[in-house]
Design a protein around this ligand. Structure first.
Ligand SMILES: [Zn+2]
Length: 416
């Protein structure tokens, strides 16, 4: 596996040096045929700002070879353009087909897509071409109404639904009220995008277990980014997203850019292999996670990526301790007396952030603000202010922005 990766890495670097104006300057003087998986660590990172500021210089093929153009949903600044060749789309289809196959989807399945296939996004297209390559039937209903999705579930009996977890919960509840109990429906697998389903120890988050109970279906988590055209998907063992080693090299680094060992939390760095249109080297995704290197229960020996714990820029520093949003949300999720919550981060100075937890509590658990603060202190070693509020006030804040996703972490550090 390492030999194949190293060979593909050398070919990738040579392609970048020869055809990408950006990399012919950045990688000047590097002997690509001598780079190893270890010495890759000496090559400079490419960050989102490089990609957006010098966007056109990343194109490594003549414009007549470009067949699809998307905008990357960059979290800072204006969106960047990502251009794919026919071979890039075939590579993506292969990536998605293997990912769906890993979680048990076959050509006998029918999949309902509830994510958009247009509006310059790549995710919907990726699922569609991957499922097509696998031979599964695809219902491309995209970002349609709950009613139309329900009607299709009722009439066409899909076995797989692909979408954002919070939306899939809403869809399940709507289905239950208006058509049939989702548990009695044809749906057996939920492929989830955009929101984590698991705790840092890989046990299900509240949202993940709610989804599975509602639909009586297995929920699988996926992670992808449009710039790197690489997808990680959970297998049937559901303990981290498998990397396809022939398609990407993943590294985890600390704030200073040093490689971290498996299990340690840090920023995800991706080098997609066999990419033609806009190849990237050591791309800083800005997402924080960790690698799992032990062989998986499914039999695969490829490394797995843990749940995304937050954005690197969301790292919270409080009195010398660092913590990421998902760790706080996971900790709150594990306290039985809390029915719902959101967390606000503020900063009074550059050195320390402040966390305020707004929580709704269930009757009969004796869950006081002191108790919650103690639990968080024990688990995360951070001090937080706790405010108990009615469940309706919490729900209003979480879904108030009209977003499909529940917003449980509010970062006010730049505006306060
Ligand atoms: Zn596995």
């Amino acid at each position: 596996m390492a030999d194949v990766q190293q060979l593909l890495l050398r070919q990738h670097l040579a392609h970048c040096q020869l055809h990408s104006p950006y990399y012919s300057s950045v990688l000047a003087g590097i002997a690509s045929e001598q780079v190893t998986l270890e010495s890759l660590a000496d090559i400079p990172f490419t960050n989102k700002a490089d990609f957006s500021e010098r966007n056109a210089e990343f194109l490594a093929v003549p414009t007549e070879d470009v067949v699809d153009i998307v905008l990357s949903s960059g979290t800072t600044g204006a969106p960047s353009t990502v251009m794919y060749t026919e071979r890039d789309l075939q590579r993506l289809a292969y990536n998605e087909a293997l990912s769906f196959a890993a979680c048990g989807v076959t050509n006998k399945d029918t999949a309902l897509l509830t994510c958009t296939l247009d509006r310059c996004f790549v995710a919907g297209l990726a699922y569609q071409i991957g499922l097509r390559q696998l031979g599964a039937a695809v219902i491309r209903n995209g970002a349609s109404t709950l009613l139309s999705h329900c009607d299709l579930i009722h009439r066409l009996k899909p076995t797989v639904v692909v979408g954002v977890p919070t939306f899939l919960r809403k869809l399940g509840l709507f289905l239950k009220e208006n058509y049939l109990d989702p548990a009695d429906s044809s749906v057996r697998r939920l492929i989830c995008i955009g929101e984590p389903l698991r705790e840092t120890d890989l046990s299900p988050l509240k949202l993940g277990s709610e989804l599975e109970a509602l639909w009586q279906a297995e929920a699988f988590s996926t992670y992808a980014s449009s710039e790197t055209v690489s997808t990680f998907c959970e297998c049937t063992a559901r303990c981290g997203g498998h990397l396809l080693p022939e398609l990407a090299i993943v590294e985890i680094v600390d704030a200073a850019g040093n490689r971290l060992p498996a299990g340690t939390h840090g920023e995800v760095i991706l080098t997609p292999l066999q990419c033609e249109g806009m190849p990237l080297v050591r791309f800083k995704t800005g997402d924080v996670s960790f690698l799992i290197e032990e062989p998986c229960a499914c039999g695969r020996i490829t490394p797995r990526l843990g749940p995304i714990l937050g954005r690197h820029s969301q790292m919270i520093k409080t009195k010398g301790t660092t913590v990421y949003p998902l760790s706080i949300l996971s900790a709150l999720n594990s306290i039985a007396g809390i029915s719902d919550y959101y967390v606000v981060a503020t900063s009074k100075d550059r050195l320390s952030d402040h966390l305020t937890v707004h929580a709704a509590v269930c009757d009969g658990h004796g869950c006081s603000s002191e108790f919650i603060a103690e639990q968080l202190q024990a688990r995360l070693r951070v001090k937080t202010r706790i405010i108990i509020e009615p469940e309706t006030a919490i729900a209003q804040q979480i879904f108030g922005s009209g977003s499909r996703k529940a917003v449980r972490f509010i970062d006010r550090r730049n505006n306060s």
